[in-house]
Each structure stands twice: as structure tokens, then as C-alpha cells.
Design a protein around this ligand. Structure first.
Ligand SMILES: Nc1ncnc2c1ncn2[C@@H]1O[C@H](COP(=O)(O)OP(=O)(O)OP(=O)(O)O)[C@@H](O)[C@H]1O
Ligand SMILES: [Mg+2]
Length: 477
């Protein structure tokens, strides 16, 4: 079953349940209110007539005026009486007979339940009766506030109920009609709503399927900022990062094969020359050893990357002086810098405490950064390395005044295999690297719980690399 149908069915279930419940509760409460209303009406009517009868009894001291009181109130149906008073026409007489069942039955009794008057003439006068129905209200002689009798008023409830049933039938019919109309309207609304809710999910499903089948790259529209919009956004960035990963992978493979090809072909050529006696063994073996060393470096770089990915890299930390490490590293690069006519300077602030560091890895970090700086420096340029201890952090900055990095490249230079267009560099052949240097550098610094960042104001404005490593009392990694 499709998602939209699931939503639609759930909505429909909800709508029907709500309408049935609301209509049912309404119906029952209306019925109760009407019943209560009828009861109140009957009670009031009984009280009104008993007051009239009380007044008449108080005036006369007897029941002689009962008929007139009931006549005035409209509850006297005796034909002779009505005819005498010229109230009843012939048609009305027939109607009166027909409606006899629906009329209000009034019985008046004295305090001992002896019948004084019955407007239907059913109860024998002066006989004691106890089977009286309807509302009972006392009749009082106001002279001495003595109860002289009781009025029983039977409103013929069945008749009113019949009327009420008609009313409820009508109400039911109208409720059903509004039920159907509201249902139809809600259905249309639910249909549109479910379409609106499910369409981003359906689009996402189709896009994921297309992606899984590697058919095409789909960019989902992001039309809202809610969870569904966020979902489409995340999907788009996932597709983008997948695409970038794929590009990087392709580039990695081509880079690795390129990097391996050069030393391998050199080794092959030199070995051939040696075999044919064309090359001197000493020089040739030096070249072969150099190329093998290069192959080794590439393989160890790749190993480090794999270890970082699986979180397996181990540091061998030892307490060491950063001043010694930096001096050794600067010494290593001095002749290369002089060859390029680049000035290499070191400033180490006094009183830097000993740090727990993996010395070989830190040499690797410094080497990578200084090599980059040299590769991007111009003759007459300057590279300065500074170290200081601040807020319990070791801060190392390596600044050069070389080619610099454009703002658009800055966020990516620590990505694996990211290399800035070689044509921009000082010498394309000399600077060609794998784009792993800074990625490895960053992972080593992070393994020391530190951070590394790069700053450059743009092309030919130089570059600054900043490293921060927190001081720790004990070995932490
Ligand atoms: N000091 C710098 N000045 C200008 N550009 C730099 C500097 N340092 C790094 N970059 C740029 O950042 C990119 C990434 O540097 P990274 O060291 O990771 O790779 P690489 O030097 O190209 O290759 P590798 O170091 O693996 O041999 C380089 O291609 C380079 O263009
Ligand atoms: Mg590099």
C-alpha cells in the first residue's frame, strides 16, 4: 500500500470516528436537555394552577369554582360545560374527541387522597385514590396557610415524546446530511494534505532508488524548513558528498597509479641499464634506493590514512622539548632553503614546558608544512617558524610570504587528495604532490588532541599555518 493511501486511510478513520462521536454525544445531550425542559414546563404549569386553585379556595372556602379555574387555564374538556360557555363548535368537538388521549389529565384530591375533581371524570368523586400520576402540588387556604388538597397534573408525557421523536428524526436527518457534507469536504482536504505530506517522502524514495541504481544524480527541491525540508536538504548534501567522495576516489586511484608509475619506471630503466652494463653500479643503486624510499613513503602515507579512517593509529608519546624538535627540523631544511634563496627563521619563546608528543610524527608534521612553504615560496622569500606557550597550550605558527591560498581553496586544503591547480604553483614538476600532506598533518595533530588551521589573505599574500596542542600532565593518547 502506498504511503499516501496509508495516510489517507488513517485520516479517514480519524474523521469518521470524530464525526460519529461528536454527533452521537450532541444527539444524546440534546435529548437530555429536551427531557429536562419538558419536566420543568410540567412542574411550572402544575404550580401555576395550584396557586389559582388556592386563591379560589381562599375566597370561597370551598371547591365550587374548580371548573371555572380549570376552564380559564384551558384544562377543562367537558362538552356540556364548553357548549354552555359557547366555546365548542362542532368541528372542535370532533377534534376534541380525537385528541382526548393527548390532553392533560388533572385530578384534585383532599389531604386524605379523596378525589374532589377529575377533568376526565375517570376517578369516582369522594373515593380515596392512590394511583395518581404526574406532578403533585399542594393547594393552600391562604387564610390559615392550611393545605386543603393536592393537584395532580399528568402532562401526557407520551404525547410530548411523540413530538420529541419527530423533532429528533428531523435532527438526525439533518445531522446525517451534515455528516456526509463534512465527510466529503474532509476527504478532499485529507487527500490534498496527504499528497502534500507524502510527496517529499515519495520524491526522496525515488531519488534514493535512482541513486542506488546509479541512474542519475537527483537534487530534491527544499520547499520548507521543517523536518521534511531538512530531510531533503540532508539528502542533497549526502548526494553531494557521495559525489565528492567518488571524485576523490577516482583522483586517488589515478594519483596513486601515477605516483607509483614514475619510481617504478625509473627503477626498471636503471635496472636495465645496469644489466646491459650501461650504467655505473654505485650511482644506479643510489637512484634505485631513492626511488624505493619514495615508494615506501607513499605506502606509509596511505597506511596512516587507512589507520586514521579505522581509528587505529597509535602514538608513541614521550616527554620532549619542542625547542629541540623545531631546531632539528629547521636544520634539516636549511640547505634546501638556501638553494631556493629562501630565508628560514626560528623563534622559540622561553619557558615552554616539556610536552608529551610522538616525536617522529611531529617531525612529519613540521616537514610537511615546511616543505609546502618552500614549494610555494619565491626566491628572496622568507619562512618563519615560531613557538610559544600560552594558556596551557603550545602554539606553533609557520608563516611564509609565498604564493598564498585563495579563499575558495582554504577550507579544503586539509581534505585528502586536495591539491590546488598545479599551474598556479611556482614549478609544476617540483610541487606535484599527492595532496595527502596536510590531511595526514591534521590527523596527527588531532591525535594529539590539538587543532590546526590555515590563514591566507589571498594569492601572493603568503600563508600562515597555526598549530595548537594542549599541555597534559600525563600521557593521554
Ligand atoms: N604554504 C602554502 N602556500 C600555498 N599553498 C599551499 C601551502 N601549503 C599548502 N598549500 C596548498 O594546499 C594543497 C594541499 O597541500 P598538501 O600538503 O596536503 O598536498 P600537496 O603538497 O599537494 O601534496 P603532498 O604534501 O601530499 O605531497 C597543496 O596542493 C597546495 O597547493
Ligand atoms: Mg604538501
Amino acid at each position: 500500500m502506498s504511503l499516501q493511501w496509508r495516510f489517507l486511510l488513517s485520516f479517514l478513520l480519524l474523521i469518521v470516528t470524530t464525526i460519529v462521536l461528536v454527533t452521537g454525544i450532541d444527539f444524546l445531550s440534546t435529548r437530555k436537555q429536551l427531557d429536562d425542559f419538558i419536566k420543568v414546563l410540567g412542574k411550572r404549569e402544575a404550580q401555576r394552577i395550584s396557586q389559582d386553585l388556592s386563591r379560589s379556595f381562599t375566597l370561597l372556602g370551598n371547591w365550587d369554582n374548580v371548573q371555572n379555574v380549570l376552564f380559564d387555564a384551558g384544562f377543562l374538556y367537558k362538552r356540556e360545560f364548553l357548549e354552555r360557555n359557547n366555546v365548542l363548535s362542532n368541528e372542535k368537538n370532533t377534534a376534541l374527541k380525537a385528541s382526548q388521549q393527548k390532553l392533560t389529565h388533572i385530578v384534585i384530591v383532599d389531604p386524605l387522597n379523596n378525589v374532589i375533581y377529575d377533568n376526565f371524570y375517570q376517578k369516582p368523586i369522594a373515593e380515596t385514590t392512590i394511583e395518581l400520576q404526574g406532578y403533585r402540588s399542594s393547594i393552600v387556604d391562604y387564610n390559615d396557610n392550611r393545605t386543603v388538597g393536592f393537584l395532580h397534573m399528568d402532562l401526557k408525557y407520551e404525547y410530548l415524546e411523540e413530538e420529541a421523536d419527530t423533532f429528533f428524526e428531523e435532527l438526525f436527518y439533518q445531522s446525517s446530511l451534515s455528516f456526509v457534507l463534512v465527510g466529503l469536504f474532509s476527504f478532499v482536504l485529507a487527500f490534498l494534505l496527504t499528497k502534500y505530506i507524502s510527496s517529499p517522502i515519495i520524491r526522496l524514495t525515488n531519488a534514493s532508488r535512482a541513486l542506488a541504481e546509479q541512474k542519475s544524480k537527483i537534487v530534491l527541491p527544499v520547499s520548507s524548513s521543517d523536518e521534511l525540508g531538512q530531510m531533503s536538504k540532508s539528502f542533497n548534501s549526502m548526494v553531494q558528498s557521495l559525489e565528492e567522495q567518488q571524485k576523490l576516489r577516482t583522483r586517488l586511484l589515478s594519483d596513486i597509479s601515477h605516483e607509483l608509475k614514475t619510481p617504478l619506471s625509473i627503477i626498471q630503466l636503471e635496472a636495465h641499464g645496469l644489466k646491459k652494463g650501461l650504467e655505473k653500479p654505485g650511482k644506479t643503486s643510489d637512484k634505485i634506493i631513492n626511488e624505493v624510499q619514495r615508494l615506501r613513503t607513499i605506502v606509509s602515507d596511505l597506511n596512516w590514512i587507512v589507520e586514521t579512517n579505522t581509528g587505529e593509529q597509535r602514538l608513541s608519546l614521550e616527554l620532549c622539548s619542542i625547542k629541540d624538535i623545531l631546531s632539528d627540523e629547521i636544520d634539516r631544511w636549511k640547505s634546501k632553503a638556501a638553494e631556493q634563496q629562501v630565508k628560514l627563521q626560528l623563534h622559540v619563546a622561553p619557558k615552554i614546558p616539556m610536552f608529551f608528543l610522538d616525536v617522529l610524527r611531529i617531525f612529519q608534521v613540521l616537514g610537511n608544512i615546511i616543505r609546502n612553504s618552500l614549494q610555494h615560496s619565491n626566491p628572496g622569500g622568507q619562512i618563519s617558524v615560531q613557538a610559544q606557550y600560552q594558556n596551557k597550550n603550545l602554539e606553533i605558527t609557520i608563516h611564509d610570504d609565498g604564493t598564498g591560498i585563495e579563499a575558495s581553496d582554504l577550507p579544503h586544503i586539509f581534505d585528502r587528495f586536495y591539491r590546488i591547480d598545479e599551474s598556479r604553483s611556482r614549478s609544476a614538476t617540483e610541487t606535484r604532490g599527492t595532496g595527502l600532506g596536510l590531511a595526514i598533518t591534521q590527523s596527527i595533530i588531532e591525535a594529539h588532541n590539538g587543532t590546526i588551521s590555515a590563514e591566507s589573505e589571498g594569492l601572493n599574500k603568503g600563508t600562515t599555518i597555526r598549530i595548537t596542542i594542549p599541555w597534559t600532565e600525563e600521557k593521554t593518547s
